[in-house]
Every structure is written in C-alpha cells, then in structure tokens.
Write a protein that binds this ligand. Structure first.
Ligand SMILES: [Zn+2]
Ligand SMILES: [Zn+2]
Length: 159
C-alpha cells in the first residue's frame, strides 16, 4: 500500500512519500484553515517530520500569519505553489495535506476539530469524534501513536 502514501503538487515538481501511516488525521474547520485552503476545512495527516521523504523537488517554506498572531509555516511547490504540508508548533511533526495524496480517499479524519467555525452545510459522519475547539490527545490517540510521540520527545530532549 506504499503508493497510497505518496503524493505531490499539481505540476508534479514536488513528490513526497509518507514512510508510515500517520499518527492521526485531523479535519480542521478553523477559520485559518478555511482561509488558507479557500475551502470549508483542511484534512491534515500528522506525522513525524523525518517520515516525510521528499522524492522530487524542494518544497519552499512560506510563513503565514494566523489569527492568534502566531505563524504557521506552509511548504509549497516553488513552481505551482500548491501547499503539500505545514508545521504548527512542533518542529518534529508535519501536517501533510491529505488532498495532495495521489489517493486522497486513502485517509479519513480520525477527529474533527474547531467545529465551532464549521460551515453549517458540512455534516460530520456519525461516530467520528468532533470538538468545538481541540481535544485531549491522551484520550483519543491510539497507544501506538502516543508511543511514537514519546519517542519524538525523547529524541528532542537528547538533542
Ligand atoms: Zn508544483
Ligand atoms: Zn485549522
């Protein structure tokens, strides 16, 4: 199924592969994500930065202001400018934009967040957790993903 973890930009200059399944998949309905995508929400596959292998091209980092005054770094194809992934607070995790996968249906949201700004015509499927703002990772993430986060933190503190 490795081809299901490959994706890229519109012109084909940037190609990437996720080396494993993501940690968790967010569907974010916040106003920042709506503005950045020009759509109703974004779907982000959270994954360790070192598990995103660049197969072709060199995504270009663009700092984008968020409503809370912070910056979010979004990596775009230098040619067609399609955004392939972004980074929020942790430098060790990337948020791969699921719509840029070759098979965008390969990943479904594990959680819906910031539903307080969800557009009213989007219906969240029955049984998928949804939160007005954010949620408690310890409660929602599978044990294997939490272990991967611990491994990331351990690597960070050992330099
Ligand atoms: Zn491109
Ligand atoms: Zn968002």
């Amino acid at each position: 199924m490795s081809e299901q973890r490959e994706g890229g930009c519109a012109c084909g200059a940037v190609r990437y592969r996720m080396a494993s399944d993501p940690l968790f998949v967010h569907c974010c309905h916040c106003l920042n994500c709506q503005r950045q995508t020009g759509s109703a929400f974004v779907i982000n596959a959270l994954i360790e930065a070192d598990r995103v292998e660049i197969l072709a091209g060199e995504p270009q980092a663009v700092d984008v202001p968020r409503d809370d005054g912070s910056m979010q770094t979004i990596w775009r194809c230098p040619d067609c400018q399609v955004a392939v992934y972004s980074r929020y607070t942790s430098p060790r995790a990337l948020f791969v934009r699921v719509g840029t996968l070759d098979v965008p249906s390969a990943l479904e949201p594990d959680v819906h967040i910031f539903t307080k700004s969800k557009v009213p015509w989007v219906q969240i499927p029955e049984g998928v957790p949804a939160f007005d703002v954010f949620y408690d990772m310890q409660e929602l993430w599978p044990a294997a993903s939490l272990e991967r986060v611990e491994a990331m933190r351990a690597a960070a503190s050992s330099g």
